[in-house]
Ligand binder design. Structure first.
Ligand code: ARG
Length: 443
């Protein structure tokens, strides 16, 4: 029973929040005259001492004390004696744990935000260096159109921006205090819930005591936001893995972010990227696990909810570590821009440019231009040449508008430079986008 029941090995991570919430509760009990001022003062001093002990030596794990709440209270009793027993007046572990856990998750949102921001900064620095480095852009992992590396990296800056706003939203919604809901029904004591809410930095007390002890939306939202962020990191990780492969050769990882093989001396494997990609599995699993825990629970508290913490802690740890690893990789990758540039022209990547040229310069309807260029590509495949090298007679045989001038215009530089539409890949647009993203980061 002790082994399945005790949560202290996990919820000891809540010690700072538990002590902060208890100090706020004790101060309020004293101010309201629910307990004597001397008792409130003794409790506060005792809790401050415990915080010092835990900070210095960690939280002692004694399964017989069940959880962090009982562990702190037992130590408080050793320090201040009988007054310790008055702390739990008008409180239950049900509102206590909900309060602690919200406080912890609030800090977790801030830490993830900082990690995401760090990744954005790293991406922006690299994007700045490569605002006009040309690489192949892909659809279906087939070469599609040339793009700039800076533009590609900025796509991840945008994902991280949305991720940050999801954590900000989750943080704003979770910032209400369950403290004072007691077991589930409120209490007969004249509490000041506004005072404890304010002391703990909450925006307001939660409205409904039943909801206050039952709700785990905030933890679900954290896991949901974390899952989406992890999906983004996993996509970036997948690109690092592909790009680092020899057939691509777009990037080289430094030794610090790769591993060797025990048998193949030449190996430099992108293990960190692969682990970030795999860790997304844990994060998606965390949301699923918590959703399944909560979905069948009748109101109010059931002990199933005790497993909410390990779930969120693991999700946080995995995401924080993935962010740190990905930031380190982004900062130190070597981009093989010569290789990217060479492959940018492969796969007839400027075919769309030729079709656009026929529309713009020869007044050909786009659908027909698409058809003409398709025939040109087919002929190039037969001849084993690139579009820009299509012989003039062969081009003229397909359509009179496919002139040497049209073919001469088909460079990857001209292609990216022409994509000046808002949000497009032209280097000048990329530079604007970097400046805008930098300005947004500073606000
Ligand atoms: N350790 C418990 C948890 O994490 C604290 C709440 C216990 N409440 C109860 N009524 N047994 O959920």
């Amino acid at each position: 029973m002790q082994e399945i029941n005790a949560s202290i090995p996990v919820d000891k991570r809540l010690w700072e929040e538990d002590i902060a919430a208890s100090r706020a509760h004790a101060a309020m009990l004293g101010a309201q005259g629910i307990i004597a001022a001397e008792d409130a003062a003794a409790i506060d001093a005792g809790l401050a001492q415990i915080a010092g002990e835990y900070a210095a030596n960690g939280v002692p794990v004694d399964l017989s004390l069940e959880d962090i709440h009982m562990t702190v209270e037992a130590r408080l009793k050793e320090i201040v004696g009988e007054a310790a027993g008055r702390l739990h007046t008008a409180r239950s572990r049900n509102d206590q744990v909900a309060t602690d856990f919200r406080l912890w998750t609030r800090t977790a949102c801030d830490r993830i935000d900082a990690g995401l921001k760090g990744l954005q900064v790293a991406l922006l620095v690299r994007a700045e260096d490569h605002a006009d480095s040309i690489m192949p852009g892909f659809t279906h992992l087939q070469v599609a159109q040339p793009v700039t590396l800076g533009h590609h990296l900025l796509a991840y800056v945008e994902m991280a921006r949305r991720d940050r706003s999801r954590f900000r939203d989750a943080r704003a919604r979770l910032n209400e205090s369950p403290l004072g809901a007691a077991a589930l029904a409120g209490t007969s004591f004249p509490l000041d819930r506004d005072a404890t809410a304010q002391a703990l930095g909450f925006d307001r007390p939660m409205t409904n005591s039943i909801d206050a002890v039952s709700d785990r939306d905030f933890a679900l939202e954290f896991c949901a936001a974390a899952s989406i962020a992890a999906i983004h990191l996993s996509r970036l990780a997948e690109e690092v893995v592909i790009w680092a492969s020899q057939p691509f050769g777009f990037v080289a990882l430094p030794d610090a972010w790769s591993t060797g093989s025990s048998i193949m001396p030449q190996k430099r494997n992108p293990d960190a990227a692969e682990l970030v990609r795999g860790r997304a599995g844990l994060l998606l699993g965390a949301f699923q696990r918590l959703a399944v825990i909560v979905k069948g629970l009748p109101l109010t508290y059931s002990k199933d909810l005790q497993d909410d913490k390990v779930t969120v802690f693991e999700a946080f740890d995995a995401l924080a570590l993935s962010l740190a690893a990905m930031t380190g990789m982004v900062e130190t990758l070597t981009f093989r821009t010569d290789r990217m540039r060479a492959l940018a022209a492969s796969g007839y990547s400027t075919a769309t440019d030729l079709a656009d040229w026929l529309v713009r310069e020869a007044g050909v309807p786009f659908r027909e231009a698409h058809h003409i260029v398709g025939a040109c590509v087919k002929r190039c495949e037969e001849l084993g040449v690139d579009l820009s090298q299509l012989p003039a007679e062969a081009a003229a045989a397909i359509h009179a508008a496919v002139t040497p001038a049209a073919l001469a215009a088909l460079t990857v530089e001209a292609s990216v430079a022409s994509r000046k539409s808002y949000g497009g890949t032209a280097p000048e647009r990329v530079k604007d986008a970097i400046a805008a993203a930098r300005a947004a980061l500073e606000n």
